[in-house]
Design a protein around this ligand. Structure first.
Ligand code: GLU
Length: 304
């Protein structure tokens, strides 16, 4: 049974780009006669608000995008994430880390490596158990031991993780080298997106992840984590991104406008723009529901 999801972070109202992801995941679920869930990804508590959650759910509803079961909130699922971290620690696949950002930067500088990835430093492994652990310091964050995860599956530490995207085709990443031992629980006590998303996709029985192309780069990391936890890997489809007038991807960070509000006609127009971005035909419809129905078949032809 197909189960899909839309997983917005409630840092602000939906914008044109997030509606594309919502529409694509909804259409894919309907095209497969599956279920469509909404998961509110509010693990980053200081950046998220109950008001934004409320607004997003109301916006989805106004656009005819109604989840088949009530939405779940990640902020209420700490126990599940803790259980997953405990499992990884017990298996020797995760470890506590005492290093601050500054210390990590210093170690990398002495090694002549300033390797940065989207502003993230590739962790040099100072606190790995085989390097002496915390060295008597206090744990701040918890990290996945990527090399140990790969080796447990009989792969070399530098192995490529391969996966197939339903739109983009074959993908691969050398996770240990490109990303390194990524954080599962942050120094501020918050759960990292990677852990929460992997635990929840499995707990909710998600078979198909349909989301924006900006998240493609996270997939190999999530697959390594799924395997480490003994969880299944869903199928993935990363959709095109909607670019703003400046050619940059729309996001709350670059102040993408919230979706224009209004009645049914405005919602149909918003959906129309999202559908065209996905390569679907323009339709004429009096209600969002009527418009949505007309895109199921064209979506099936493209991605079914
Ligand atoms: N919460 C993430 C975001 O809003 C999406 C996560 C996902 O779909 O895997 O960017």
């Amino acid at each position: 049974m197909y189960v899909g999801r839309f997983a917005p972070s409630p840092t602000g109202p939906l914008h044109a780009g997030s509606l594309v992801a919502a529409l694509a995941s909804w259409l894919d679920a309907r095209a497969h006669e599956g279920r469509w869930l909404v998961r509110i990804e509010d693990v980053d508590k200081p950046r998220c608000s109950p008001e934004a959650t409320h607004t997003i759910l109301a916006q989805l509803h106004a656009h005819g995008l109604v989840p088949d079961v009530p939405p779940v909130l990640q902020s209420e699922r700490d126990a599940l994430y803790q259980q997953a971290l405990d499992q990884l620690l017990a298996a020797g696949l995760a470890y506590p880390c005492a290093c601050s950002r500054k210390e990590i930067a210093q170690v990398l500088a002495t090694q002549g490596q300033g390797q940065q990835r989207h502003g993230e430093l590739v962790y040099p492994g100072t606190c790995r158990p085989e390097n002496g652990g915390l060295h008597g310091r206090e744990a701040r964050a918890w990290r996945l031991h990527v090399a140990a995860c790969l080796q447990r599956d009989g792969l070399p530490a530098g192995a490529l993780t391969h996966w197939q995207d339903r739109r983009l085709g074959p993908q691969s990443q050398r996770v240990a080298e490109a990303v390194g031992d990524f954080v599962l629980r942050r120094a501020d006590g918050l759960w990292a997106y990677q852990l929460a998303v992997v635990v929840d996709d499995a707990a909710q029985g998600i078979t198909d992840v349909v989301r924006g192309e900006d998240l493609t780069d996270n997939t190999a990391r999530q697959i390594v984590l799924q395997r480490a936890l003994g969880l299944p890997t869903p199928r993935y489809l990363h959709t095109t991104l909607v670019l703003g007038a400046n050619g940059e991807k729309l996001s709350k960070q670059n102040a993408a406008e919230p979706l224009p509000e209004g009645g049914a006609a405005q919602c149909v127009a918003n959906l129309q723009a999202a559908a065209v971005a996905l390569g679907l035909p323009a339709v004429s419809a009096a209600s969002p529901e009527a418009a949505l129905r007309q895109w199921i078949l064209p979506w099936k032809m493209q991605f079914g």
